[in-house]
Ligand binder design. Structure first.
Ligand code: RM4
Ligand code: MN
Ligand code: MN
Length: 431
């Protein structure tokens, strides 16, 4: 079991030497620019330094689409190696100190030992994720006809028990939430009674809810389609908030950015969920068509900014239960997952920093006086600010790399792992 930090802190410090002067110059220049706008750069840096987003254990592994996955040398082969790769990400960017595990993919014998192993890597565990969207070898009941909403009570029982088992594992890992996403739905009109399927969802999730420890939350994740292509039982935020309201205060909604139809106004969904105390968290990623696993900010960084604009507004007027869980949920098919996660964490933090820079007083005044153009310009001024010197400065101050991807490449980490780790065979599926 490898429990040494994968990169040496000296190596990271050395990688910063040649970049330090340029960063200081850029930071000072941005600081002057922001001061003219009445913004204190150090206050923004402090907020960015306090920000964090969890990594998906499954995002560290070789990703793919439902058509194929391509092997690459040095890919992690189990949760231990995935933790090691997540530790590299955290060492370099310093804003990803937690990992969100997925079961049964990350099943091990000893969870206390796993928690310790993660701690040695400088990591803790975030929300646990259950998986009743696949059959596992040796599993008694099939999920072919659904899991939590199956018409077969034995399949429902098995799915409920699996979720409760995930909670028990999470307790040992120090998690405080379970994220429930199901693939249940239908492929043909008439295949499923839409009302009764949702009733079964409510009954099954109530059983899982009843098993939550007092300080836990249950995050309900909606997705409009796939693998069910005609209807999905928890298809949108409407069904999600109805279920969360019926279940009780520990149930909240999770917004996976890729789980909406193209062009849906996700920032407005965020505002609505927050207004009713049901904004539980995020799975950050990006999408272009109907996909849900591209790198955060790769396609539509403006949307990410608008989501964070709502989150900053929410911070200013918090409602009970407002402590959203920020997680990345991506599948990396054609990039090195470590590089994608570094790039995504940066894109997410940048969206947050840009939203922090927005002149809120000017925005609110313009909104109240119906000055459309000035309201828009207030947002625009935040969005077009290049905040990268703030992010780099915060990373450097926390012991990270000024240029994380360049430092990662220079480290030779993946090449080393290619020599040490066993090779994986080609396959299909996103994980
Ligand atoms: C789903 C959903 C879930 C994730 C799986 C792997 O589309 O986003 O959050 O657990 O993919
Ligand atoms: Mn997700
Ligand atoms: Mn997804």
């Amino acid at each position: 079991m490898g429990t040494q930090l994968p990169l040496s802190p000296d190596f990271i410090r050395d990688s910063n030497v040649s970049r330090r002067e340029a960063l200081e110059d850029d930071y000072a220049s941005l600081g002057r620019q922001l001061r003219r706008r009445g913004v204190d750069i150090e206050a923004i840096e402090r907020r960015v330094a306090a920000f964090s987003v969890a990594l998906p254990s499954w995002g560290a592994g070789r990703g793919g689409t439902r058509f194929a996955k391509f092997p690459f040398a040095g890919a992690p082969t189990d949760i231990h190696e995935k933790l090691e790769d997540c530790a590299v990400v955290q060492q370099l960017c310093r804003i990803t100190p937690r990992v969100s595990p997925h079961f049964p993919w990350d099943f091990v014998k000893d969870y206390r030992a796993l928690k310790e192993e993660a701690a040695h890597f400088g990591l803790a565990f975030d929300a646990v994720n259950s998986n009743t969207f696949q059959d596992q070898p040796g599993q008694k009941q099939s999920y072919r006809s659904g899991s939590l909403t199956s018409t077969h009570s034995a399949s429902r029982e098995q799915a409920i028990e699996h979720n409760i088992e995930c909670i028990r594992i999470g307790e040992q890992l120090g998690s405080k939430a379970i994220t429930v996403w199901i693939g249940d739905g239908s492929n043909f009109p008439g295949q499923q009674d839409l009302t009764r399927a949702f009733d079964r969802y409510l009954d099954s999730t109530a059983r899982i809810y009843a098993a939550l420890p007092v300080d836990w939350r249950m995050l309900l994740e909606h997705k409009l389609y796939e693998p069910a292509f005609y209807s999905t039982v928890l298809q949108d935020w409407g069904s999600s908030i109805l279920a969360a309201q019926q279940l009780g205060p520990k149930a909240q909604c999770l917004v996976d950015l890729g789980h909406h139809a193209p062009n849906v106004n996700i920032e407005q969904i965020v505002a609505r969920l927050h207004r009713f105390g049901k904004l539980g968290g995020f799975h950050f990623n990006d999408s272009k068509y109907g996909d849900d696993d591209l790198d955060s900010g790769a396609i539509n960084p403006h949307q990410l900014f608008l989501v964070f604009n709502e989150l900053v507004e929410a911070e200013l007027s918090p409602r009970a239960g407002f402590h959203p869980a920020y997680m990345i949920d991506q599948s990396h098919n054609v990039t090195d997952p470590i590089e994608s996660m570094l790039s995504s964490a940066e894109a997410i933090a940048a969206a947050y920093a840009k939203a922090l820079i927005v002149d809120r007083a000017a925005l609110h005044d313009a909104q109240e006086s119906n000055d459309v153009m000035m309201a828009f310009q207030a947002l625009r001024a935040g969005y077009r600010t290049d905040v990268s010197p703030i992010l780099a400065q915060a990373r450097k101050a926390a012991g990270g790399a000024i240029d994380p991807i360049a430092a990662y490449r220079a480290s030779g980490y993946r090449e080393k792992k290619a020599r040490e780790r066993r090779e994986l065979a080609p396959g299909t599926g996103i994980v």
